[in-house]
Design a protein around this ligand. Structure first.
Ligand code: DC
Length: 233
């Protein structure tokens, strides 16, 4: 564990399938920081909305989703086997359920609801108020922690991201084509960037990490240089 007295907030935003969570998790492990995957929180609310019948193929019952919010109690518990925290809803571990294709397909409609964002942003601010956190998402450096000491905006060539996702899904045994994955990556980028509330955008003071052609080790070296520059300043 890195010995340092100065704890900071590290905000990681960027496009989907860039390896943000892998990168954030590795940083947190290296620094002994807490890693918070905010996408998992939007997925957890989406799972509840699906289970309660608030989402159909045609529409989202926004009023119903909003009425469910006070009953959705989200928490994280560290899972030593994974080296990361699992997400829980009302005491039930939903880490697997939130990664399903049904949740993935519906989550952008739920994450565009203002009341959902308000609740989750307030929780995220509470979780990070002691510092010593690495938080990844879409609006961490712009909305959740605009004063974060280190903001990283991650990006990679859409084709490279699609290839990585394709390999992951194929390894899981999913029957997918490269074309549909690329189309999904491009359409998710568009949905994230054009959303009315808190769209994905690079904070003015964020540093860009394009990892299209970088190994995990190279990304870590890139990170440590910036991190040390800040904590030793
Ligand atoms: O990072 P992810 O793919 O698990 O995120 C799931 C969805 O939640 C994705 O559609 C973007 C959205 N999201 C968001 O709007 N704001 C965040 N801070 C994190 C994720």
């Amino acid at each position: 564990m890195e010995q340092t007295t100065k704890k900071i907030i590290i905000a990681i935003d960027g496009f989907s399938s860039c390896g943000k969570s892998t990168f954030a998790k590795a940083i947190a492990a290296r620094l002994g920081y807490i890693f918070i995957d905010t996408g998992a929180m939007y997925r957890a609310v989406t799972l509840c909305a699906l289970e309660q019948g608030a989402i159909t193929a045609e529409a989202v019952d926004v009023e119903k989703v909003v009425s469910l919010l006070p009953e959705i109690n989200i928490s994280f518990r560290f899972n030593a086997e994974r080296g990361a925290s699992d997400v829980y809803v009302n005491g039930e571990c939903v880490e697997h359920k939130i990664r399903s294709i049904e949740v993935s397909n519906a989550v952008s409609r739920i994450s565009s609801i203002g009341a959902v964002r308000e609740k989750l942003v307030a929780m995220q601010q509470q979780m990070g108020c002691q510092k010593g956190v690495v938080m990844d998402g879409r609006d961490i450096g712009t909305v959740v922690f605009p004063a974060a000491e280190l903001k990283i905006f991650m990006t990679a060539d859409p084709k490279v991201r699609a290839e990585r996702r394709y390999a992951e899904l194929k390894a899981k045994g999913d029957d997918v084509t490269m074309d549909e994955i690329l189309e999904n990556v491009i359409s998710r980028d568009k949905a994230d960037m054009t959303r009315e509330i808190s769209p994905l955008r690079q904070a003015d003071d964020a540093v860009v990490l394009d990892n299209s052609h970088m190994s995990v080790e190279e990304q870590m070296a890139w990170f440590m240089e910036r991190y040390e520059g800040i904590v030793n300043a």
